[in-house]
Design a binder for this molecule. Structure first.
Ligand SMILES: O=c1ccn([C@@H]2O[C@H](COP(=O)(O)O)[C@@H](O)[C@H]2O)c(=O)[nH]1
Length: 274
């Protein structure tokens, strides 16, 4: 099954636009696990079990595993997601970007080693740096477009004088993603919930690609504005929240609290659907 098929299925089955981001920080774990990088799998698996019926995707961020040498725990976690929530796609947030020969290795890592359904990529090095991921037909390639951080403006809001109509860089990325770069219907875009006007602009330029939208929760993005700006009948969205769900409680009830936080966010997102 393709990434987009899985996304459509999980969105319908769980009645959800919410993606739970898996960004494990051992120092923020509940007391009985705190500071122990060997417990990353246990912590994340409990979060997965508590939220699997509430999400349309899970998004592990690879840095939070690699920083602790916990890649084997990430592999095990993705196998656990497959076993307990086979309908829910896994987006590996890796933001890779490199020349083609190296990109081949990164693509192998994402899709063969980890078995992810989609991966986040930086489009900064151009189409040939994306092509190795697109060679994995059916897998999602989600390109950074208008990111959630304030510094995203430094480059993404610059005007491209060399392109007809002089679009901003992020607008050009959106057009490429909807058009010539989307050779097999695998491309998606990352747009920050912290910038709803830009989500709307990206959606106008890229009406059907999946939008991965981080920035609700800890970064303060508005759930309702995000849905209104990004969701269309044929334009799916994946609204990601990590810390607000993972660390809803620092106590032994962390998984119950994560369930409640995810459910509240799912409800807020659904309330804004047309
Ligand atoms: O523009 C972007 C792209 C990716 N991210 C990632 O999403 C999560 C956000 O975590 P929260 O705790 O919900 O703020 C994190 O993994 C980032 O690397 C993003 O925030 N913005």
């Amino acid at each position: 099954m393709t990434f987009t098929d899985m996304l459509r299925g999980a969105t319908a089955q769980n009645d959800s636009l919410l993606c739970v981001g898996l960004d494990p920080e051992p120092q923020r774990f509940p007391e009985h696990l705190r500071g122990d990088a060997g417990k990353i799998y246990d912590f994340c698996a409990a979060i997965v079990d508590a939220t699997a019926g509430l999400v349309n995707a899970f998004k592990p961020q690879i840095a939070y595993f690699a920083a602790h040498g916990a890649e084997a725990q990430l592999e095990r976690l993705i196998r656990h997601i497959r076993a307990t929530a086979p309908q829910v796609p896994v987006i590996l947030d890796a933001k890779r970007g490199d020349i083609g020969s190296t990109a081949e290795q990164y693509a192998k890592e994402a899709f063969e080693r980890y078995g992810a359904d989609a991966v986040t990529l930086s489009p900064f090095m151009g189409f040939d740096s994306l092509a190795p991921y697109l060679a994995y037909h059916g897998k999602g390639a989600i390109l950074l477009c208008r990111t959630s951080n304030p510094g995203g403006d430094d480059l993404q809001a610059q005007r491209l004088a060399s392109v007809e109509g002089q679009p901003l860089l992020y607008e050009h990325i959106a057009r490429q993603a909807q058009g010539p770069w989307n050779t097999n219907g695998q491309v998606g875009l990352v747009v920050g919930a912290t910038y709803p006007a830009e989500i709307e602009r990206v959606r106008a330029l890229a009406p059907t690609v999946p939008l991965l939208i981080p920035g609700v929760g800890a970064q303060g993005g508005d759930a309702a504005a995000t849905v209104r700006a990004g969701l269309r009948a044929n334009g799916p969205i994946i609204v990601s929240s990590s810390r607000a769900v993972l660390y809803a409680s620092a106590g032994a009830d962390f998984a119950t609290a994560a369930h409640q936080a995810a459910e509240a966010t799912r409800t807020a997102l659904n309330a804004a659907r047309q």
